[in-house]
Design a protein around this ligand. Structure first.
Ligand code: MSP
Length: 661
């Protein structure tokens, strides 16, 4: 059967491999993923590309520093970048590496087309060159020093191939005029138009001073200039010279940060025009996430990493924050404080709370089956109107890349539902026929609103909305709901609610920030050899094998990374199919945690209730036999069989949550 779906192709930039991803890179990839999900719900066949930009002097240097060949260095880095996107649930449909053979061929082909069409010539490039770093320094003047090593630059002339960019001033200006949406937002478009109106100089597109690059066939030692190479990755990802077969070119949307706008809106369309290939339809330029108003960099020690945030608050919380906090297109400040505050207010108290209270009331009053509504009163109709209008508003804003506004509209509907419940007070109604009918209407109305906001929020919150969808017992998957047909009144009634799941457990702000920062610290400065968490002859009761005695010593700063607190066991039960494990819930002062402990063969669950134990609270959560364990109980390991003996506080009544130091 022929595939009738319209196609949509979008890209993130391909990221440099001389560093690892931070929240700024994650931002573009998250936005691309949300657009991809949204377009799929709108019936498109979508391809999203990301990848790694692996050539150039910086990679040569980084590989040299690491003492390995460039090819090995970039292979390792590409694995790390790809693994991060996979782990965060934002994998590319096409992950392109600029060292892929298919890409190399595409670059060489594009060059050939430009040359055949008369837009490439051989010339000489004169620039300021650092002989120690083997690199030209763009924009430097004679007499300047190298920004990397501080040594004096030299004026050097090398033979290059030039691209006749100057010939594209008029074609580009005409193109911008004919395609007024090509550059977005509007302010960026004006900036580029004035730049092009100011005149374009020809561009050198090969280098002979760089070794690690794609060779110009038959012209060694010429290699391609990194941007001629990198931009072409967008085309190689969807077929290169055979792009027509896949049908995804021209690209519908390039998402880029403001620092790389010229490359995408001037050079790239000019290269494609020169080769007589179709030009992308749109470039959307976003701003930066800043830390204390400055750009993040590892050397400044202010980079924010995505993994610790996802570990602590969940990936959806990070996605929500990135897309809600800042107007897409503008710069914004990143702060952990704002992140955790939004998590607690919008997610835990907002969506999470509405879902859990609605489900709890349906459970209590209707045996967990979604009731059919009774007669409707004006206030019910009013909420229905809010929901219907939210559908239009959320779509319109999303289509305009006003993601924050779209989310704002969805959350206004959640607030309206909260207010509706508060004023209708279904809990105050009795069991008479009339009251039961009224309760049915109120709960149906709330659940229907919840269904609608769940669908609307899916592109931004894919994991948690899938949980709410299952909780509402609705058929199929939320991701397969067709947005075009979304209307008020489609809630399937009579179905049983799914199992309640913790959506967004509230967190203590200070503690959450400390934990995120500790994990980030660990990731940025990994210990040379993993130190044992507990002293020799002690073990952890996490169900894992006993930790061997530590051979090397650790500093106090390493020990300080481990956060241990006094906890009190609230419940304890055996786990079917895991005879060594107990599932505990432990009060650690700020929250109740679920922790699995490998003590089932030595402790009766019922005798543990009320017992105070030492808990490592800042371990990343993990699953043991499919059961989530969020922390670790400390125990000594006694005798040859390693019998666990729980560390405890028999002499004094210590306060729950007290820190062990
Ligand atoms: N390799 C080039 C792109 C080639 S595309 C054909 C490159 N790589 S990059 O890794 O330095 O940057 C990739 C993207 O990340 C850019 O769009 C850049 O704007 C974005 N960001 C880097 N830091 C950022 C923030 N702090 N905030 C938001 N985005 C930021 O440029």
């Amino acid at each position: 059967m022929p595939n009738e779906k319209p196609k949509f192709y979008l890209t993130t930039p391909i990221y440099y491999t001389n560093g690892l991803p931070h929240i700024g890179h994650t931002y573009t990839t998250v936005v691309a993923d949300a657009i991809r999900r949204y377009k799929r719900m709108r019936g498109y066949e979508v391809v999203m590309t990301t990848g790694t930009d692996e050539h150039g002097v910086n990679v040569e240097r980084a590989a040299q520093k690491a003492g390995i060949p460039e090819s090995e260095y970039v292979a390792r880095m590409a694995v790390a970048w790809k693994a991060l996107w996979d782990d965060l649930g934002i994998p590319a449909d096409e992950f392109v590496r600029t060292t892929d053979l298919g890409h190399v061929r595409t670059v060489q082909w594009l060059f050939k087309l430009c040359k055949e069409n008369g837009y490439v010539y051989k010339g000489h490039y004169t620039g300021q060159y650092c002989i120690y770093d083997n690199a030209f320094v763009n924009d430097a003047k004679p007499g300047d020093t190298c920004p990397d090593c501080g040594r004096p630059l030299e004026t050097i002339t090398e033979e290059n191939y030039f691209f006749k960019l100057s010939a594209f001033q008029k074609p580009l200006l005409d193109f911008y005029k004919k395609n007024p949406n090509f550059i977005q937002p509007e302010t960026r478009k004006n900036e580029i138009i004035s730049f092009v109106e100011g005149g374009l100089k020809d561009l050198s597109i090969t280098r002979t001073t760089v070794r690690w690059g794609i060779p110009v066939p038959g012209e060694e030692p010429h290699v391609f200039y990194v941007w001629f190479d990198a931009l072409t990755a967008y085309l190689s990802a969807v077929g290169g010279p055979d792009y027509e077969k896949r049908g995804f070119w021209p690209c519908d949307l390039h998402l880029v940060g403001k620092d790389i706008i010229r490359f995408h809106t001037v050079y790239w369309p000019a290269f494609l025009m020169a080769a007589m290939l179709p030009v992308p339809k749109q470039v959307w330029v976003h701003g930066w996430f800043l830390m204390d108003s400055t750009k993040m960099s590892k050397s400044k020690g202010n980079v924010v990493l995505p993994r610790p945030i996802a570990n602590m608050l969940g990936m959806d919380a990070m996605r929500y924050f990135l897309m809600r906090e800042v107007v897409f297109g503008q710069d914004g400040n990143f702060s952990y404080d704002a992140l955790v505050t939004r998590y607690n207010s919008d997610l835990a108290n907002g969506l999470g709370n509405l879902a859990s209270r609605t489900a709890a009331m349906i459970e209590k009053n209707f045996g967990g089956a979604i009731p059919k509504p009774g007669p409707r009163l004006p206030q019910d109709e009013a909420l229905a109107k809010v929901a219907s209008e939210t559908i239009g508003e959320a779509f319109e804003q999303f289509e305009n890349f006003a993601f924050a506004r779209s989310l704002e509209a969805i959350w206004a509907a959640i607030a309206a539902a909260d207010k509706y419940l508060t004023s209708e007070q279904p809990w105050a109604l009795g069991d008479s026929e009339a009251d039961t009918q009224r309760k049915a209407t109120i709960l149906w109305t709330t659940a229907e609103l919840l269904r609608i906001v769940t669908v609307l929020a899916y592109p931004v919150l894919p994991d948690s909305t899938a949980k709410v969808w299952a909780l509402l017992g609705q058929p199929g998957r939320v991701s397969s709901v067709e947005l075009d047909g979304l209307r008020w009144g489609q809630l399937v009634t009579g179905v049983q609610l799914g199992k309640a799941q913790a959506l967004f457990p509230r967190v203590d702000r200070q503690e959450a920030i400390e934990r995120i920062e500790a994990m980030a610290n660990e990731e940025l400065n990994p210990a040379p050899a993993a130190p044992a968490v507990v002293p020799a002859h002690a073990t952890t009761a996490s169900g894992a094998a006993a930790a061997p005695a530590a051979a090397e010593k650790i500093g106090i700063e390493d020990f300080a990374k481990v956060e241990m607190r006094v906890g009190q066991i609230k419940t304890a039960e055996r786990i079917v199919g895991a005879d060594k494990l107990l599932k505990l819930t432990v009060d650690i002062g700020t929250e109740i945690r679920q922790i699995c402990a490998g003590i089932a063969q030595y402790y009766e669950p019922e005798k543990l209730i009320g017992r105070k134990v030492a808990v490592v609270v800042n371990l990343a959560p993990r699953k043991l036999r499919g059961v989530e364990s969020n922390g670790m109980i400390v125990a000594a390991s006694v005798g040859p069989e390693g019998r666990p003996v729980l560390a405890g506080f028999p002499d004094e009544d210590v306060e729950i949550g007290a820190r062990l130091k």
